[in-house]
Design a binder for this molecule. Structure first.
Ligand code: C2O
Ligand code: CU
Length: 478
């Protein structure tokens, strides 16, 4: 499998003055008279054509929101209510899931479990509050391995009531694509080879829907860089040569500002990291941003390109910044109920049997049905299932996640955020709040949270091919 970038010759240099996206296709406005301000947006899901690689390569046929990749930015303030009219101009059913936002169950966008999928030509209105500030995103939950893989996703930014002092607030929606020579998308979605290994890792990486050569910066500038991994499967491990970005939030939620181990910022699929990036170089300098996650398949994502402008400020003037926490219920570790959740299957695994549609079947039968992964011995297809776990509402719970496979899995829980309290038996340094926790092969992690959001919630691997291949289940909060 190739993870090299698309062999593009003569890519157009794409200078981004500000990568903040103009929400051309979405028209926010305040509805007067409401107790909480309601911000309205429209998202039209439809086929489109965009220049992913740039000339001389032709445009790529994609599926997208608002005719663009990524979809229009939804940007609101913490505590605001959002109403999104979704129109489905695709030829198949869809839904929209608001990844990481703690929405009521009926607004969660899971086909058949929380809503009837949106038929072609039909509208659907989502409406929910945004209790947490941070970096979130939206994407379909219907055939997501194909719909997300073809380009349906966009950023959802919830601003803090008081913005932190930065010069620029920039979002990079990272994704990758499996493109053919003519820059069209290879349509082998859901191939068993991808399902059974590390998912559909593509050959072309884009930043905000473009193969990007350079990102221009100014000496003395402080940037809040919001990274969103919207790729089906690719895990990013970004290194900013010559710089030491500070992680200030993970999956939207503030974390004690820190420089990650080896300066590498790791994001599994669906994860977000907010960085504080201080531009400490000199005018005219260039620094590479590398993705070194997959050993021996490192590549240069882009160059940070310093302009010749005078420094915006003295480097000594940078002050520490800390974000205020989100209103998350603190789990009570002493009284928490414990549950074990074991991930099994995949190539080079030991799984021989699993439960499929209520029956114990062998691995050959599973694979015959496109399944090769299981959670607690159950390989799930489709979204509606007997719950894997039923959690007492408003109680604290610890889930011990055991990755009994040879592969990485970014595990995502809907409707809640959780603290990652330990990895392989060692307490984590920051007890970070996340909604998607990346487990390395054979790794164990404990997550803790208060199950305060009633309903049936998906719990699944966000490598969308693993989800397709059975690594999915329902957690009931009742
Ligand atoms: Cu981002 Cu269940 O999804
Ligand atoms: Cu997985």
């Amino acid at each position: 499998m190739s993870t090299i970038r698309f062999p593009a010759i003569d890519r157009r240099a794409f200078l981004v003055g500000s990568a903040s996206i103009t929400a051309a296709a979405s028209l926010p406005y305040h509805t007067s008279g409401a107790a909480t301000p309601v911000r309205e947006f429209t998202l039209v899901a439809a086929p489109g054509q965009v220049s992913l690689v740039g000339p001389p390569h032709p445009d790529t046929d994609v599926w997208c929101y608002g005719g663009r990749i990524p979809g229009p930015e939804i940007r609101v303030r913490q505590g605001e209510r959002v109403r999104v009219l979704v129109e489905n101009n695709l030829k198949e059913e869809t839904t929209v899931h608001w990844h990481g936002v703690r929405v009521p169950n009926a607004m969660d966008g899971v086909p058949h479990l929380t809503q009837k999928p949106i038929a072609p030509g039909e509208p659907f209105v989502y409406e929910f509050d945004c209790p947490d500030a941070g970096t979130f995103w939206y994407h379909p939950h219907q055939r997501s391995y194909a719909q997300v893989g073809r380009g349906l996703y966009g950023p959802l930014i919830v601003e803090e009531p008081e913005s932190i002092p930065v010069d620029r607030d920039v979002t990079w929606v990272l994704s990758d694509w499996r493109l053919l020579r003519d820059a069209s998308i290879s349509d082998d979605f859901g191939a068993m080879m991808d399902v059974s290994h590390n998912g559909r890792v593509g050959n072309t990486v884009t930043v905000n829907g473009r193969v990007l050569e350079t990102f221009s910066v100014r000496v003395g500038e402080r940037i809040r860089l919001r990274l969103i991994n919207a790729a089906n499967a690719r895990i990013f491990g970004l290194e900013f040569e010559g710089h030491s970005p500070q992680v200030i939030a993970i999956d939207g939620h503030p974390v004690e500002p820190h420089t990650p181990p080896n300066g590498r910022i790791v994001l599994g699929s669906a994860m977000r990291v907010d960085l504080l990036l201080d531009m400490t170089g000199r005018p005219g300098q260039r620094f590479r941003v590398l993705d070194t996650f997959y050993r021996s398949l490192e590549y240069r994502l882009l160059d940070l390109n310093y302009t010749d402008e005078l420094p915006l400020r003295e480097l000594s003037e940078f002050q520490a910044i800390r974000l205020a926490g989100n209103p998350l219920p603190e789990p009570d570790m002493k009284g928490a109920q414990r549950h074990q959740v074991t991930l099994g299957g995949g190539m080079m695994g030991t799984m021989q049997m699993a439960t499929m549609d209520g029956k114990q079947v062998d691995i050959r039968t599973l694979m015959h049905n496109g399944l090769i992964w299981a959670i607690n011995g159950v390989a799930a297809s489709g979204h509606v299932h007997e719950p894997l776990l039923t959690l007492h509402r408003d109680r604290s719970h610890v889930l011990e996640l055991v990755n009994d496979t040879a592969w990485h899995h970014p595990m995502h829980l809907h409707g809640h955020s959780f603290r990652v309290i330990s990895r392989n038996g060692q307490p984590t340094e920051h007890k970070e709040w996340q909604d998607t926790v990346l487990l390395a092969p054979r790794e164990r992690a404990e997550i803790a949270f208060v199950a305060d959001n009633p309903g049936d919630w998906m719990f699944h691997c966000h490598v969308l091919e693993h989800q397709l291949g059975g690594m999915m289940g329902v957690i009931r909060v009742a």
